[in-house]
Design a binder for this molecule. Structure first.
Ligand code: FO1
Length: 330
């Protein structure tokens, strides 16, 4: 098989799917991942791209398998050393944050990315350099070379009393600092970012586009929010297939299920189908959701049933093969 495949990607779910896809095709060079950068952040003056790094480290076989982010066999001495400055940090200063854990080896990636961006390189160029350094055989293309920030309106009842207030926080504040353990009222994307040129070429020219099993709101959502992306996918909808990240009503990883419910969507493969029907013609679901097939088809998507919990490389490979077949039904 030598067709080009473009995978619209978030973090952990997409990374595991891509690993299966590499095992399923004859030439991984035909695969390109268009990666969410809506959860990128700057800490300690460093440019951090969590989803790009999660995919890079996973495909390099270097990810920490328990956490799903960061490097295996990591050490944390820099984070510990930052603790020295906490007693002297003035009230209101955000210096030396330790709620976002950057491992000693992981820091090298952020040092390199930051220095290259400061030299004027684009995020597309730097991401390609980083994936080459890790000998990752597929193209990893950031969705945009400009900044797009995911802003989450949370329901905050931590102030005390019976009052719940709404406030906007950055994505990593919501996800890491608050452990995504708060209600979500709204999600919006801030910035004048455009789909990167390489991402547009890949999404236009690939024979098949796969929407990876990633959070539809905060992983796929930022990519879809870029001007022209939904229109591009809708125009080639017959060759776009999505893999549901919700199995048996629960997210494969992270807060997608709660977030969908909070935002008024059904936390099920049917809810995913309703979100993706305008841009994809088929949805891959797990056998536990087979009974939902009529509702998914009523929502306008063909339904393909195959095990989708990627607990082993062999299941990930079978899922990738079934997904590719779903994109070109006989
Ligand atoms: N996720 C956490 O839950 N806690 C962390 O301290 C954390 C640090 C971190 C550092 C580098 C990196 O590339 C990712 C990191 N993540 C961490 C994961 C990441 O924030 C989220 O999984 C994604 O943004 C959601 O896709």
């Amino acid at each position: 098989m030598t067709e080009r495949i473009s995978v619209v990607s978030g973090g952990v779910g997409a990374a595991r799917f891509l690993r299966g896809l590499i095992d399923a095709v004859s030439d991984p060079a035909m695969i390109a991942a268009i990666v969410n950068t809506g959860d990128d952040c700057t800490l300690h003056g460093l440019s951090i791209s969590p989803d790009l790094d999660t995919i890079t480290y996973t495909l390099a076989g270097a990810i920490d398998p328990e956490r799903g982010w960061g490097l295996v066999d990591e050490s944390w001495r820099s984070m510990e050393a930052l603790g020295r400055y906490e007693p002297v940090r003035p009230e209101g200063s955000a210096a030396a944050p330790r709620w976002f854990n950057l491992g000693d080896q992981d820091l090298a990636t952020h040092f390199y990315r930051t220095a290259r961006l400061d030299e004027g390189a684009s995020l597309t160029e730097v991401s390609d350099e980083i994936r080459r350094a890790w000998k990752v055989p597929v193209s990893l293309i950031p969705m945009s070379d400009q900044t797009l920030a995911t802003i989450v309106t949370i329901l905050d009842d931590s102030i005390g009393g019976s009052e719940t207030v709404q406030r906007e926080v950055s994505f990593q504040d919501y996800f890491v600092r608050l452990h995504h353990d708060v209600g979500v009222k709204a999600v919006r994307f801030e910035g004048n970012a455009e789909l990167s040129r390489s991402a547009r070429t890949s999404l236009t020219e690939a024979e098949t586009v796969v929407i990876a099993p990633s959070n539809p709101i905060v992983s796929i959502g930022p990519i879809r929010s870029l001007p022209g992306v939904d229109e591009l996918l809708a125009s080639r909808r017959d060759s776009v297939v999505a893999v549901s990240p919700i199995v048996g009503g629960a997210a494969l990883k992270g807060p997608a299920d709660r977030m969908m419910t909070d935002l008024g969507h059904e936390a099920s493969a049917v809810g995913v189908a309703k979100l993706y029907a305008p841009i994809a013609s088929a949805l891959v679901i797990d056998p536990v959701d087979e009974h939902l097939a009529p509702q998914i088809e009523a929502a306008g998507m063909r339904c393909v049933v195959t095990p989708s919990i990627m607990s082993t490389p062999s299941i990930a490979r079978s899922l990738a093969l079934a997904t590719l077949s779903a994109a070109r039904p006989s």
